[in-house]
Design a protein around this ligand. Structure first.
Ligand code: ADP
Ligand code: ASP
Ligand code: MG
Length: 347
């Protein structure tokens, strides 16, 4: 069977979907042995409608696998947070405070649009407001000359912390049991702020204690990408655009069979498809081939994903959240061209 045929067959809705079968609430994945990690980028999470769309992809996968989710900040939020530091450095404390309020407001607006039931809305609003208060507190604690890399990691970490709360709430509304998890609880790093290196084995030991019991219960953990912490508890980030790497770390921690990087293009192309009309979609890549593309600046995939994926022989997919009918790019062990389908098939 050629690849087109495989894709056509898989594009058929499943019998359960055809009958519009409702999902049981919570605990849906308990009986599944396969584990997949889904990482959603910032454009896939920009606003309530996109969050629900992404959450439906998770719900579908959770029917056949255990699923761990890793989220970025909403598109633009990390830049916004880092601009607060610039305002502070320019001595504009009032503007910095206002910007912090704006960031909180953006997330409260998404919460509004999620239209949660009263009790869930109250709970999540409270969580967002606590984060907003911590953000404001961080801003107000800024001191001229304080080590700025450490401060900017602390500021930047809020974006992902906001999205985990909202995305977990979106999943709950779709009757998928889920909890937000802050990765600084288990991703242990060195203290090179803005580019911290994770201690993988220690992170794995700590992460398993948090994530495996959730997966076992059929609960989807929604984990912050991008952030970790030093052994003495100071928040670090793994570098700009590193939530893909966090996706690979979480996949490694839970021994996922596959990692899906959900983004805003159909997969990895020979060149940036937003810029080069002649760019060709690549269907299958080895870890080395994908690493070469990522290391040469293809923003679609963080280069640190590949060595870790290769070491653990984890299959990585790069797929389009907005076009789940497309199979995406599959990255796997060399010489293993499979024409395989991504976890859960294509929509
Ligand atoms: P996300 O927020 O999902 O992490 P990114 O913006 O980091 O998304 O990465 C996706 C973007 O990467 C695409 O929108 C595309 O413009 C860009 N890109 C650059 N090079 C490539 C490439 N070779 N193949 C696909 N996309 C690429
Ligand atoms: N939010 C972070 C950034 O903007 C990490 C990521 O999106 O991958 O760099
Ligand atoms: Mg990215």
């Amino acid at each position: 069977m050629n690849q087109e045929n495989v894709l056509e067959e898989a594009a058929e809705p499943s019998p359960a979907a055809r009958q519009g079968a409702a999902l049981p609430s919570g605990g849906v994945t308990r009986k599944h042995n396969k584990v997949v990690a889904f990482k959603f980028g910032g454009s896939s999470l920009l606003g309530a409608e996109r969050m629900f769309h992404a959450a439906r992809l998770v719900r579908k996968a959770a029917q056949v696998s255990k699923v761990a989710v890793v989220v970025s900040a909403m598109k633009g939020v990390t830049d916004h947070l880092l601009s607060i530091e610039k305002a502070l450095a320019a001595g504009k404390m009032a503007q910095a405070r206002r910007e912090a309020e704006v960031v909180l407001g953006m997330h409260l607006e998404v919460l509004e649009n999620l239209q949660l039931a009263e009790e869930a809305d109250r709970r999540v609003r409270y969580e967002l407001q606590l984060l907003g208060r911590d953000l404001l507190h961080a801003v107000e604690s800024w001191e001229q000359g304080a080590t700025s890399a450490e401060f900017s990691d602390r500021l930047a970490s809020f974006g992902e912390r906001f999205t985990t709360r909202l995305f977990a709430a979106a999943l709950e509304k779709l009757e998928v049991a889920s909890v937000p998890v802050t990765s600084s609880e288990f991703v242990l790093t060195c203290d090179t702020f803005r580019d911290a290196q994770p201690h993988l084995e220690q992170s794995k030991r700590r992460g398993r204690k948090i994530l495996l019991p959730l997966l076992k219960e059929g609960i989807v953990p929604v984990v912050t990408g991008f952030i970790g912490a030093t052994p003495d508890g100071r928040i670090t980030t793994l570098g700009r655009n590193s939530s893909d790497f966090s996706g690979a770390i979480v996949a490694y921690v839970v021994d996922a069979d596959e990692l899906v990087i959900w983004t805003d293009v159909d997969g990895i192309y020979t060149a940036n498809p937003q810029e080069a009309a002649e760019a060709q979609l690549l269907h299958e890549l080895s870890y080395d081939e994908a690493h070469a593309l990522a290391a040469s600046g293809a923003k679609v995939l963080h280069p640190k994903v590949l060595p870790l994926a290769a070491e653990s022989e984890m299959v990585v997919w790069v797929r389009n959240t907005f076009n789940p009918q497309a199979r995406g790019t599959r990255i796997g062990p060399p010489g293993e061209f499979s024409g395989a389908l991504p976890p859960g098939g294509v929509a």
